[in-house]
Design a protein around this ligand. Structure first.
Ligand SMILES: Cc1cc2nc3c(=O)[nH]c(=O)nc-3n(C[C@H](O)[C@H](O)[C@H](O)COP(=O)(O)OP(=O)(O)OC[C@H]3O[C@@H](n4cnc5c(N)ncnc54)[C@H](O)[C@@H]3O)c2cc1C
Length: 412
């Protein structure tokens, strides 16, 4: 059996894992990544938010991403019947990036992970973590299995778990917790033949509301490779109204809505429609002696505001920096330095997600009386700047959203 030893073991080579590895390696500590699959591999989650650019830059990974010539995304367009609400990331309350990218994840994740590997971080591709044992001092021995069934083990001083939907440590340590959000499902594919808006708006994500009291919606995310990602998110009872076959279901839902039908009437699916459900999940704690969770292994809310990769990168940035200080001999408080910070951003997005589905946010979005200043504040949240406490939509997210929605409902 092969054995390895490292300061920091990083589980998963997705965006959370790769950016944490970049920062730890830059700080001069040994780390290694283990990744169950081989890249390129498909994963859903293709629309970034501008705050991702800050976090990629800090990990010295923005350059390799910019070299890929991904589709520039400078905003988001919400559509409900004949109504449209556009957010352009140049409308800022928080000073930050005015654009980001729409990224096929097989390309994006590969370029991040391979760039980190090229800097000297060892990656064990095709190795899945099967078990972890922690000693009293927090050091650990992790068991791995490769594609041929060969076993290996790694001893480490600390583990950062960026295993995404694999949720390695939450499963092994019984940390999974049900989400407060109700069960929704998603059906999605990539298409060719998307009739894109011409000019400036080409790269914007479209979020199209469907005819549903629970605010089911579809995304349209255009890539620079000529393909477009299309998906629906809804409760099971909405989806059950359409054909059972996934391809027929997605096609029928597209055809049922004037905004998606108009743009996707000639669309050809490039792979059979995939389905994912039960993705909203939380964790009882985000850290313990010898480990911390990052990215989707912490909590995943809902895709409506494309917050997943942004939260993955913020969590890996913060976890890596907290760990570097600890490895340098400083005393750190993982709860305040890491978990509480991360949850401030997660909680703002949670309020926005809840307010989307209970109709407060669409009421605000499509209101004619919404002041410009409010548009900027909301836009900065939608750009991922959810740690700016000068923004009332962050500082007092619950109350602000409720009060403004009431005013918009009253005055139009
Ligand atoms: C329907 C839907 C739409 C979404 N749309 C968006 C969007 O538009 N924008 C956005 O930002 N986010 C979106 N997301 C969220 C996005 O998918 C995730 O937030 C993001 O991928 C999290 O990155 P990560 O690095 O934490 O995990 P991942 O990218 O999932 O990477 C985890 C890695 O860990 C590896 N792994 C798993 N188990 C093991 C194991 N046992 N051993 C070793 N390695 C392992 C996996 O193979 C994987 O490569 C969406 C999610 C859903 C469900």
């Amino acid at each position: 059996m092969k054995t390895y030893d490292t300061d920091v073991l990083i589980i998963g080579a997705g965006p959370a894992g790769a950016t944490a590895a970049a920062l730890i390696h830059k700080a001069g500590f040994n780390c290694m990544m283990v990744e169950k699959q081989r890249f390129p591999r498909f994963v859903i989650g293709e629309s970034l938010l501008p705050h991702c650019m800050d976090l990629l830059e800090e990990a010295d990974l923005l350059g390799v991403v910019q070299d890929q010539k991904f589709m520039v995304k400078d905003g988001a367009v919400f559509k409900r019947g004949d109504e449209t609400c556009t957010f352009q990331f140049s409308q800022q309350f928080t000073q930050g990036w005015k654009y980001t990218y729409q990224v096929p994840r097989e390309d994006f994740d590969k370029v991040l992970a391979e760039s980190v590997e090229a800097r000297g971080v060892p990656v064990l591709w095709g190795h899945g973590v099967t078990d972890v044992n922690f000693a009293d001092d927090g050091s650990s021995t992790t068991m791995l299995e490769d594609e041929q069934g060969e076993q290996a083990s790694i001893t480490a001083r600390f583990i950062l778990d960026g295993s995404g939907y694999g949720r390695v440590l939450p499963r092994l340590l019984d940390l999974d917790e049900n989400s407060m959000l109700p069960l929704r499902e998603s059906y999605f594919t990539h298409v060719t033949g998307d009739i894109r808006p011409e000019g400036d708006g080409e790269g914007r994500i479209w979020i199209c509301s469907l005819d549903d009291p629970d605010n089911a919606w579809m995304w349209i995310i255009p890539f620079s490779n000529g393909k477009t990602s299309v998906g629906v998110v809804a409760k099971p009872d909405f989806l059950a109204r359409y054909p059972e076959d996934p391809d027929e279901k997605l096609r029928a839902i597209i055809d049922d809505n004037k905004n998606t039908r108009g743009r996707l009437k000639d669309a050809e699916f490039t792979f059979p429609v995939r389905r994912i459900n039960g993705y909203s999940i939380s964790a009882k704690k985000l850290h313990g002696k010898g480990f911390a969770l990052m990215g989707n292994a912490t909590e995943f809310l809902d895709p409506v505001f494309s917050s997943g990769v942004t939260l993955a990168l913020e969590s890996s940035n913060r976890a890596a920096k907290t760990l570097i200080r600890q490895l340098q001999g400083e005393s750190v408080d993982w709860q305040t330095d890491y978990a509480d910070h991360l949850m401030m951003g997660v909680d703002t997005f949670r309020t926005f997600v809840t307010a989307w589905y209970d109709n407060r946010l669409p009421t605000i979005f499509y209101s004619a009386v919404k002041p410009d200043e409010l548009q900027d504040q909301i836009c900065s949240v939608l750009a991922g700047y959810v740690w700016d406490h000068d923004n009332p939509c962050v500082r007092d997210h619950q109350r602000t959203v409720t009060v403004i929605a009431k005013a918009c409902a009253q005055y139009g």
